[in-house]
Every structure is written in C-alpha cells, then in structure tokens.
Design a protein around this ligand. Sequence first.
Ligand code: ADP
Length: 182
Amino acid sequence: MKKHLLFLGPPGAGKGTQAAVVSKDNSYLHLSTGDLLRKEIELNSDLGNQVKDIMNKGQLVNDNLVLEIVKKNLHKNNKGWILDGYPRNLSQVDSLNKVLINLNQPLEIVFYLDVPDEVLIKRLLSRGRKDDNEKTIKTRLKIYKETTEPLIEYYKELSLLEYIKADEDLKTVSDDIKYKMA
Ligand code: ADP
C-alpha cells in the first residue's frame, strides 16, 4: 500500500472529495492547503486576513505562506498522507521536495484527476463556495493551466503519475484510485 500521495488536477476535479474518502479509509492524513487556508479565514487570524482577498479573486496565495502551512502539518511518523492542492507551481515542487527529503518520506504516487473543462465549470458553479462564481472560476482555470498543469509532465517524467478519469461517479473514481494505490 502506497502511503505518500499527491492529488493533482484542475479546480472542480474532485481532489478534495476523493482525498477525503481515501484518507478516511486508510486513516491517512488529508492535507488540503485550500481547506487549511479557509480555516484561517474563518478564524479571522492574521494569516486568514492576509489571504482572504487573494483567494476570493481566485489567485494563488504566496508560496512562503503556503509552505509554512504544509511544514506545520506534515510530520514524521504519520501513517500516511494525501496532499491535495499542493504543490501548484514549480517553485512549490522544489520546496516540497526539500521538505520530503527532510522527513524521509518520498512521494510514491501522483494521481492526476482529469475532467473536461465544461464539466468542471458546471460542477464549480453548482458547488457555491465563495470563490465559485463565473469570474473567479475563469481566473482559477487560467492559473491552473498556466502554472499547475506543467507539474503533470514533471511527475510523469519521474514515473510517479497515475492517470484517473475523474468525470465518473464518486465511487467509480475512488475505486480506481484505491486499485491503483494498492
Ligand atoms: P480548487 O483547487 O478546487 O479551486 P482549493 O481549495 O484547492 O480549491 O484552493 C482554493 C484557493 O486556495 C486557491 O484558489 C488559492 O487561492 C488557495 N490555495 C490553495 N492551495 C494553494 C497553493 N498550494 N498555493 C497557493 N494558493 C493556494
């Protein structure tokens, strides 16, 4: 059973939903940088106030802020973990590589959840989160294509990438992931 997983894919691909299912089934830590940032906003913390406007516009939060969150939450001796929403650009990949070398916990599988654009937009519009309006979705998809999508090729070259056809129903997708991580 692989223990150190990364879920990659566009906004609305279902990374958060699938990571929650798979981490619960295996008692893994589910580390979603988006969830952790939203929690900071809810708490009205300094960090939350710093990132609120950026997130509502659908832009990426500063790399160092997100790195601090990741470092705080990834520990030694975890049973296993799923990173969801991190890394999102090549500089975050570099930082993550360093963190994982220190922890001696190399990434074992990167699941790429693929969903066509038109399905993504429909899903996001029906979800109704604060950053799920048409303008912000457009920004998020653009940033995804420009800065996050190159990571697919990066992990493919390292032979870590597993392709998941993610425009299927929830269980079909999680069964596929579980089969491939076994
Ligand atoms: P989604 O990817 O489905 O849009 P997330 O919850 O993963 O939703 O992310 C929501 C927002 O949180 C992003 O638009 C961005 O502003 C911020 N965010 C999350 N993860 C990162 C990250 N790794 N680097 C920078 N910003 C991030």
